[in-house]
Design a protein around this ligand. Structure first.
Ligand SMILES: CC(C)(COP(=O)(O)OP(=O)(O)OC[C@H]1O[C@@H](n2cnc3c(N)ncnc32)[C@H](O)[C@@H]1OP(=O)(O)O)[C@@H](O)C(=O)NCCC(=O)NCCS
Length: 182
């Protein structure tokens, strides 16, 4: 597996990257990228100047990709998105992409990498509840009910720094996570 930085907005990366984005989010967040057009537009946004995009290749095949953009000067960066094509999932590609993204962001002055991991489909114990009642206790006792990716980030050194209750509709929170880049 080779990880390459993509900077050219005309790169042949765009269509395979859009396909992976659309296909991997179908179940997780059905409305995010319902078609190739919306997915392609997100890939192009990620390639705008000042942002970082990294791609993992297995030979000529794109296995996954990730991106980040500065949101607080050059210190706080948002990871958006990270996706690994279905046949390549669970083989360490995501963790490798994340490690490399952290290094690249750090080189650009980043000290915090953060992200939002939506739970729109009842995959964690934070879904389907009024989180305003008992927010921090709920976060403390979070359970992964069906392969929600927050656990992927925990395994890679991120912690939950907050939740936006009902961000995606009643009972559908966004889980905010971050890591200090040392
Ligand atoms: C989440 C994703 C990027 C992880 O990439 P990956 O290559 O499959 O993950 P890795 O093989 O590098 O896994 C690293 C560790 O995280 C764990 N992990 C990965 N995805 C997980 C999930 N959804 N739930 C729980 N644990 C997960 C792995 O089991 C592994 O644990 P280990 O170190 O104890 O063996 C990938 O599965 C994906 O694209 N999923 C669909 C899109 C998505 O959820 N993107 C993130 C949205 S916020």
């Amino acid at each position: 597996m080779t990880i390459k930085q993509i900077a050219d907005p005309g790169h042949e990366f765009i269509l395979p990257a859009a396909r992976i984005l659309m296909e991997t989010f179908v179940e997780l967040s059905p409305d995010s990228w319902p078609d190739m057009k919306s997915a392609e537009s997100t890939v192009r946004e990620c390639l705008e100047p000042g942002r970082v995009v990294l791609a993992a290749y297995d030979g000529q095949s794109l296995a996954g990709w990730t991106g980040a953009r500065p949101q607080y000067g050059t210190t706080g960066w948002e990871l958006h998105p990270i996706v690994v094509d279905i046949p390549y999932q669970g083989k360490g590609v995501g963790a490798s992409l994340l490690r490399r993204l952290e290094s690249e962001v750090k080189l650009l002055g980043g000290v915090t990498l953060f992200l939002g991991a939506d739970d729109e489909t009842g995959r964690t114990s934070l879904s389907g509840k009024n989180l305003y009642d008992n927010l921090w206790k709920e976060i403390d006792g979070i359970k992964n009910l069906a392969g929600h990716p927050y656990e992927f980030y925990i395994k890679n050194g991120y912690i939950i720094v907050g939740v936006i209750p009902d961000a995606n509709g009643i009972g559908k929170p966004d889980i905010l996570m971050a890591k200090r880049l040392l």
